[in-house]
Design a protein. Structure first.
Length: 506
C-alpha cells in the first residue's frame, strides 16, 4: 500500500483562510495530502471565483482510510459502551453548533445558497442528526422470545444489534452537511466506522467535521474523509473496496446503478436515495394560497436542487389558470443575489456544468412546443456576479406527458403545470414515471387525501405540506428512486446486523 504523507496543516485544509484554501483528506485523525499530488479547483458558484484546491484521493488514500476505519472497529470505538458513544455524539452536535458560523460560511461558499436557507435548514439539521440517532440507539428495544423445547426444557431467544463494520458514505452536493450527517450520524451511533466521499463540488463541511471529531475526542479512524471524483478515483475505489462492509449513497440513479454493481461483489448491502420526477397535485378545494406557497417552495427552493423537489405540477381544471398566474408571480418575486443579502430569494446552481445541463432542458422545452410562462433563460446579474451559475426560475405549460422536461429529472428551478379533471386521471399521470420518490398533495377533503396517499407510488407523501420531516419516520424512494429506508429505527436496520442468541436451560 502506498504511504500517505501527513500535511503540515493542523486544520481542515486552512478552511478559515482568506486566501485559496487546501482541502485535504482526513484519515485516522489527521489531515493528509494525496500521494499522487493531484488536486482540482473548488469554485464558488455565485461568481466562479476560486475557493481553493481539493486533493484528489486515489487507491492509496482509500486503502489508508479503510484500514484506519477497520482498526478503529477493533480498538476503543468497538469496545465502547453505548452510553459513552452517545455522549460523544452529543458533543459532536454541540461542537457543530458552537462553530455554527464556520460551518455556515463553508456551506454557503461551496453551494452559493442563501444564508437564510442554510442557517435554517442545513447546519441545524446537520447537528441534529447526531443527537436524534444517539437518542434512538440508546432507547430502541429488541426482541425476546421464551419457548418450550421438544425435550421438555426451556429456552430463551433474544436479539442483539451489532455494527455492520466499515460504512462507505458517498454524498451529494445539494445539501452537503445535512445529507452526509443523515448517514454518518446513525452509522456512528450504531458503532460503525465511516469513510466519507463528499461530492467534489462541496468538500468543505465534511472536511471541517474532521476538526470537530478531534476536538470532542472521537477516536482516530472512526470518521475518515477521502476527496475525489467518481470513475477511476476515490468514489470508484471506495465502493469497490472489499473491506467496506456496506455502502450508502444519495444521488443520481445512474450512479446508484454503478455503485450497486460494485457492491454486488462480496454481496455488500446498499442504501440508496436516488433520482425523482416528483408530482405536485393541487385540487380545486385546496387552500389556494397555501398550495401556491407550497408548490413554489417545492419547485424553486435551493434553486430546484432538491431530490424531493417538484418538477411536475397537476392542477384541477377549475383553478388551473388562476394557479398558473399565481405561481408565475411567486417565481418572478425570487430575487437572485449574494447569499448574505437578506433580499436574496434564490441562489445559483452548483456549477457551470450543471447550469449547461439545466439550460439544455430549457432549450428542449421550447423545441418541444412549451408555452414559457416565465423564465427560460439566464437572469441579468451585476458584473461581479455574471460568471456565476445563474438561471431563471422557469414555468412551462402546454407540453404532452411524453416531453423530455416532463419525463426526465432536471434538478433545476423549473416545473411544468398541466390541468386534470378527475382523481383517477391525476393518479395515473402521477404514477406514469419510472421514479417513485415523493409527492405533495393539496386538498381539504380528508377522505380524498387518504385515498390518494395509498395509491401514489412513492416513498413519501405530503398532504398540504412539503419537506415537513419528523426524523423518526421512514425516508426513501420506491421504483428507481431508491433502495431501503432511513430515519428512526429504519436506519438501524441498515447500519446494524441483528444477531439472535438462543440459550437453552433447564
Amino acid at each position: 500500500m502506498t504511504q500517505v504523507n501527513l500535511s503540515t496543516a493542523d486544520s481542515a485544509g486552512d478552511v478559515g483562510s482568506r486566501d485559496a484554501r487546501e482541502f485535504r483528506h482526513f484519515i485516522n485523525g489527521a489531515f493528509v495530502g494525496s500521494a499522487s499530488g493531484k488536486r482540482f479547483d473548488n469554485r464558488n458558484p455565485v461568481d466562479s471565483s476560486l475557493i481553493g484546491y481539493v486533493h484528489e484521493g486515489g487507491r492509496a488514500e482509500v486503502d489508508a482510510a479503510v484500514a484506519a476505519a477497520r482498526a478503529a472497529l477493533e480498538g476503543p470505538w468497538g469496545r465502547m459502551p453505548v452510553t459513552q458513544r452517545v455522549e460523544l455524539l452529543y458533543k459532536v452536535a454541540d461542537e457543530i453548533n458552537r462553530r455554527f458560523d464556520d460551518f455556515l460560511a463553508a456551506e454557503v461558499a461551496d453551494t452559493g445558497k442563501p444564508v437564510s436557507l442554510a442557517s435554517h435548514i442545513d447546519i441545524p439539521r446537520g447537528a441534529a442528526n447526531f443527537k436524534v440517532f444517539a437518542d434512538i440507539i440508546k432507547n430502541v428495544p429488541t426482541e425476546t422470545f421464551p419457548f418450550a423445547t421438544p425435550d421438555g426444557g426451556e429456552a430463551l431467544n433474544y436479539a442483539v444489534r451489532s455494527p455492520r463494520g466499515v460504512i462507505g458514505v458517498v454524498c451529494p452536493w445539494n445539501l452537503p452537511l445535512l445529507l452526509m450527517t443523515w448517514k454518518v450520524g446513525p452509522a456512528l451511533a450504531c458503532g460503525n466506522t465511516v469513510v466519507v466521499k463528499p461530492s467534489e463540488e462541496t468538500p468543505a463541511t465534511a472536511t471541517l467535521l474532521g476538526e470537530v471529531m478531534n476536538a470532542v475526542g472521537i477516536p482516530k479512524g472512526v470518521y475518515n474523509v477521502v476527496h475525489g471524483l467518481g470513475p477511476d478515483s476515490a468514489g470508484a475505489f471506495l465502493t469497490s473496496h472489499r473491506d467496506v462492509n456496506a455502502i450508502t449513497f444519495t444521488g443520481e440513479t445512474r450512479t446508484g446503478e454503478a455503485i450497486m454493481a460494485a457492491a454486488a461483489k462480496g454481496l455488500r448491502p446498499v442504501s440508496f436515495e436516488l433520482g425523482g420526477k416528483n408530482a405536485g397535485i393541487v385540487f380545486a378545494d385546496a387552500d389556494f394560497d397555501a398550495a401556491v406557497d407550497g408548490i413554489a417552495r417545492a419547485a424553486f427552493a435551493n434553486c430546484g436542487q432538491v431530490c424531493l423537489g417538484t418538477e411536475r405540477v397537476y392542477v384541477q381544471r377549475p383553478i388551473f389558470e388562476k394557479f398558473v398566474a399565481a405561481l408565475k408571480a411567486k417565481a418572478e418575486s425570487l430575487k437572485p443575489g449574494l447569499p448574505q443579502d437578506k433580499d436574496t430569494g434564490i441562489g445559483p446552481l452548483i456549477s457551470q456544468e450543471h447550469r449547461s445541463k439545466v439550460l439544455s432542458y430549457y432549450d428542449k422545452a421550447r423545441q418541444e412546443g412549451a408555452t414559457v410562462v416565465t423564465g427560460g433563460g439566464v437572469p441579468q446579474m451585476p458584473d461581479a456576479l455574471k460568471e456565476g451559475s445563474w438561471v431563471q426560475p422557469t414555468i412551462w405549460t402546454g407540453l404532452p406527458e411524453t416531453a423530455s422536461v416532463v419525463r426526465e429529472e432536471i434538478f433545476g428551478p423549473c416545473c411544468h403545470i398541466a390541468p386534470f379533471d378527475t382523481e383517477d386521471e391525476v393518479i395515473r399521470l402521477a404514477n406514469d414515471t419510472p421514479y417513485g420518490l415523493c409527492t405533495t398533495i393539496w386538498t381539504q377533503d380528508l377522505s380524498r387525501a387518504h385515498r390518494m396517499a395509498t395509491r401514489i407510488e412513492v416513498g413519501l407523501c405530503w398532504i398540504n405540506s412539503w419537506f415537513l420531516r419528523d426524523l423518526r419516520t421512514p425516508f426513501g424512494g420506491s421504483k428507481q428512486s431508491g433502495i431501503g429506508r432511513e430515519g428512526g429505527v429504519h436506519s438501524l436496520e441498515f447500519y446494524t446486523e441483528l444477531r439472535n442468541v438462543c440459550i437453552k436451560y433447564s
